[in-house]
Design a protein around this ligand. Structure first.
Ligand code: SF4
Length: 354
């Protein structure tokens, strides 16, 4: 993808590569870019991505280890027991079944594999299965991640001993918008879960979902919270409206808006690996699919999502080649931390202004 950049966009890139924090005008230029400049916004993101992680793109996959009957009421989620969505419900899968799914994901090109279960925290029986599943995934040569709700320090230690690479816990949206999408637990509980995982020595994957009614201010708020926490891997999901959920009637975000969101996060989270995940086939359909890979992300999720079918891995690999990118290989994922802006005083000043 070769797109010429206008002087203002070239200046934004130059400032970012110099390690300087984006100005409010830089953010506004991305947020207010008109639809006819979508490709240019994506090119801005790709230029910054190439500077931080080169041509490599990280491929990850997930398994829905335990589905449905969740006590929480996240407005976008088909698995909540509070909603009337037609989502599959099953108990925690056998670790051997999870290992087989990891093996298939690895054969398709994934280097990381997330074990995901519904609910606020696993009970003792599910946690025992999770430990075995983590060890089995690690034995397949993939980096094992777990997205299983809130984990205390003791459980994080046990998971790390079993071979866990990352704890995954999304904040979902900016703090000010959170009460609009979930009322069964607080934002502070989610932030505390991220802090506990980091304090326990785990690496953390934490991001959010876009298109649930949040505005640009809430998106900036989320990015700045994640940066403040020191999160270095950020999954970005886009709403796929599911009938029976409170978000079921919402419109899918346009490609134009999704590209600007990824570029915004690229500017605000220069040290983090951005991963475009759920809903990308909705916001980057057909000919726009390449923009999901070219818009500044360091990684994408391949295969199926929790309750939805995903893109065939072969299509993603073909798109990578078209863009001159290459999949990361096991043991050599995209870098996390150390990108432009890391530890620079201007960023500290931006934090101080908040
Ligand atoms: S997003 Fe997670 S915590 Fe929220 S309802 Fe769905 S499964 Fe439960």
């Amino acid at each position: 993808m070769t797109t010429s950049l206008s002087a203002p966009f070239a200046a934004i890139i130059a400032r970012a590569l110099d390690g300087r924090a984006p100005t409010d005008a830089d953010l506004a230029a991305v947020i207010e870019a008109p639809a006819e400049r979508t490709a240019e916004v994506a090119a801005l993101g790709l230029a910054l991505k190439r500077a931080r992680s080169g041509a490599r793109l990280s491929l990850c996959a997930i398994v829905n280890a335990k589905s449905g009957r969740c006590t929480e009421n996240c407005a976008f989620c088909a698995q909540s027991a509070h909603h009337r969505a037609d989502a599959p419900a099953h108990s925690f899968r056998d670790p051997a079944e999870i290992a087989a799914a990891a093996r298939r994901a690895g054969a398709a090109g994934a280097t990381r594999f997330g074990i995901v279960s519904s609910g606020l925290a696993p009970d003792e029986a599910d946690f025992a299965l999770l430990l075995r599943a983590v060890a089995a995934v690690a034995a397949e040569g993939l980096e094992a991640d777990a997205s299983v709700g809130v984990l205390d320090a003791a459980r994080i230690r046990l998971l790390r001993d079993a071979g866990l690479t990352r704890v995954h816990h999304n904040l979902e949206v900016g703090r000010s918008f959170f009460p609009q999408i979930c009322t069964t637990h607080s934002y502070d509980e989610d932030v505390a879960a991220v802090r506990t995982a980091l304090a326990g020595g785990a690496r953390v994957c934490s991001g959010g979902i876009f298109g649930v009614g949040e505005g640009w201010d809430a998106r900036i708020e989320l990015a700045e919270t994640l940066r403040g926490l020191g999160v270095d891997s950020v999954p970005m999901n886009f709403l796929h409206p599911i009938p029976g959920t409170p978000c079921g009637d919402r419109a899918v975000l346009s490609t134009h808006e999704a590209v600007r969101i990824v570029a915004l996060f690229r500017l605000l989270l220069p040290d983090a690996a951005l991963r475009v995940c759920g809903g990308r086939q909705d916001v980057f359909p057909g000919p726009a699919a390449d923009l999901a890979l070219a818009g500044g992300a360091d990684g994408v999720m391949i295969g199926d999502y929790l309750t939805l079918k995903g893109t065939a891995a072969s299509e993603d690999l073909a798109a990578l080649r078209r863009l001159g990118l290459e999949p990361a290989v096991p043991g050599s994922d995209v870098p996390e931390g150390g990108g432009p802006g890391n530890g620079r005083s201007e960023w500290s000043a931006r934090e101080a202004e908040k």
